[in-house]
Design a protein around this ligand. Structure first.
Ligand SMILES: C=Cc1c2[nH]c(c1C)Cc1[nH]c(c(CCC(=O)O)c1C)Cc1[nH]c(c(C)c1CCC(=O)O)Cc1[nH]c(c(C)c1C=C)C2
Ligand SMILES: C[C@H]1O[C@@H](n2cnc3c(N)ncnc32)[C@H](O)[C@@H]1O
Ligand code: SF4
Length: 450
């Protein structure tokens, strides 16, 4: 790695660019009426993707940065499922016809915390409200510690074809320090059940930079994970934001690896996965060479949305549930984060849109550039600007931070073609940030770039 660059850029707090502008720029100016108007304008032939958020877990993992809460009463989950169905019906009624659906993603929290019948019922509601294409990709985030055989059967019957499993680390010392004890056997048995049910697209989430993690610990987790041969891995650096997420205070900061140690862990994991035949994709993904995400990466059709890297090419993402974010041609919308506020709105027959952002033409151009940089580590500024009816010169002039990145050897510019240096890919967020016209105000809110 370029230690010189890590020192000068690595400590910067920068967004992960799962959208542009990023979520902290959403404002209360966008509410239920705007969302309803945007939905009513969806073109006749459009197809969409759906994201459903289920913000419940049985126990809190202390590292968790997701929107979730601990629930003991199943009644709360059942009520939430009914609210989700109402929201789906409300959206479908506002659109006015059954739009085609290419992708569905159940995220959380832990979507499989629902009763199997409730999950199946939710899928049936979606299939009535929308035209879920036979080829649709249907993905569910799964906590292997709580998945039951009945739920696997419900997933199979509902047409689920992808599963993303939280693994994080197999090291028992790390597991105790993050309050997430999960045996290898538990994970292996879940993988086996899913595959027997025909759910073959399996992803493992791993994290480095957790308390007590070392290179050896990370490599041991990878070695064990590889014996289960998932199609994909997501590998995240632990984002420690105890001011946002109070339960992260349970993590002893003295046990956290420092910046250089985190970087070494990231490199060790990446090398081990590449050696095992996985293709490195973007910031944090790895996939078998014949996996659809690896194909999308090779062909330049990889996309980035709120779930991270995706093969989903739809311009329309409809979000359901508390805190869920949607993306329409006109802009972004986010639902109320608190389950109470979310449910109250939907039960009263109103959208729960709490904030959002209306895109300008300049935002759309920058969003395109930033997405290509995050997905491909390069961007043909000439071609992208041409698609937006402008010339690249003005864009380059309005990116003053780019000069420094070029002189530091992080980025090269060959005419209008920008490329991140192969030994500086870990700084891709800094390169994307050079095109971010909204950056400074929200800078402190984001996790470290590396
Ligand atoms: C599956 C769990 C999720 C992770 N991130 C999100 C989910 C659903 C989505 C999300 N998380 C945050 C935001 C910002 C806006 C908001 O409503 O709070 C969104 C859209 C908050 C957040 N997540 C992380 C940090 C550092 C923050 C706060 C600051 C910021 O907006 O950048 C870290 C983090 N969370 C997740 C991952 C994988 C991750 C870092 C690698 C999970
Ligand atoms: C959805 C995935 O997000 C990852 N995840 C959850 N919280 C954090 C965090 N604070 N930092 C990094 N990754 C996190 C886990 O790997 C989970 O499985
Ligand atoms: S990591 Fe997954 S299981 Fe753990 S608290 Fe977060 S959402 Fe729940």
């Amino acid at each position: 790695m370029r230690t010189d660059l890590a020192a000068s850029y690595g400590e910067e707090r920068l967004p992960r660019y799962t959208s542009y502008p990023t979520a902290p720029h959403f404002s209360r100016a966008i509410g239920p009426d705007t969302y309803a108007a945007w939905l009513a304008e969806i073109p006749t032939n459009a197809s969409a993707s759906l994201y459903l958020h289920v913000p419940f877990c049985r126990e809190m993992c202390w590292y968790c940065g997701c929107h979730t809460q601990i629930v003991r009463r199943d009644g709360l989950i059942a009520a939430y499922q009914r609210t989700l169905r109402s929201e789906i019906e409300l959206v479908a009624a506002t659109v006015g016809r059954r739009i085609k659906i290419e992708h569905i993603h159940f995220g959380g929290g832990t979507p499989t915390i629902m009763k199997p019948e409730a999950f199946a019922e939710l899928m049936a509601t979606m299939r009535r409200a929308f035209f879920v294409l036979p080829s649709a990709e249907i993905a569910v985030e799964i906590d292997p510690r709580t998945l039951t055989a009945d739920m696997v059967e419900a997933l199979r019957l509902s047409g689920v074809n992808r599963a993303s499993l939280g693994v994080q680390s197999f090291d028992p010392v790390v597991q105790r320090a993050i309050n997430r004890v999960q045996s290898f056997e538990q994970t292996a048995s879940v993988v086996d059940m899913l595959r027997r049910a025909g759910i073959k697209g399996i992803n493992f989430d791993l994290i480095y930079g957790l308390p007590h993690q070392t290179i050896a610990s990370c490599l041991d987790t990878v070695r064990r994970a590889l014996t289960l041969a998932p199609e994909r891995f997501s590998v995240f650096g632990y984002a420690h934001v105890p001011d946002f997420k109070k339960h992260q205070r349970m993590i002893k900061e003295s046990a956290l690896p420092d910046g250089p140690a985190r970087h070494d862990q990231a490199c060790a994991i990446a090398n081990a996965l590449k050696e095992a035949g996985y293709v490195q994709i973007g910031l944090d993904h790895f996939a078998k060479a014949d996996d659809s995400m690896a194909v999308a990466f090779r062909e330049g059709t990889l996309r980035r949305n709120f779930q991270g890297y995706t093969t989903d090419s739809s311009e329309l993402l409809l979000g359901f549930g508390a805190s869920a974010i949607g993306h329409l041609p006109q802009g972004y919308v986010q639902n109320e984060v608190q389950i109470g506020a979310y449910s109250q709105s939907v039960v009263a027959g109103r959208f729960a849109t709490a904030r959002g952002y209306g895109l300008t033409d300049d935002d759309r151009l920058r969003a395109d550039i930033i997405e290509r940089i995050m997905c491909e580590f390069s961007a043909d500024l000439g071609a992208i600007c041409a698609r937006h009816g402008t010339a690249p010169e003005a864009m380059l002039k309005s990116a003053p931070r780019l000069k420094e990145l070029v002189s530091d050897g992080v980025v090269s510019l060959d005419g209008d073609r920008l490329a991140v240096a192969s030994d500086a890919r870990f700084l891709v967020r800094s390169v994307a940030a050079a095109f971010d016209a909204h950056l400074d105000a929200a800078k402190q809110l984001h996790s470290r770039a590396v």
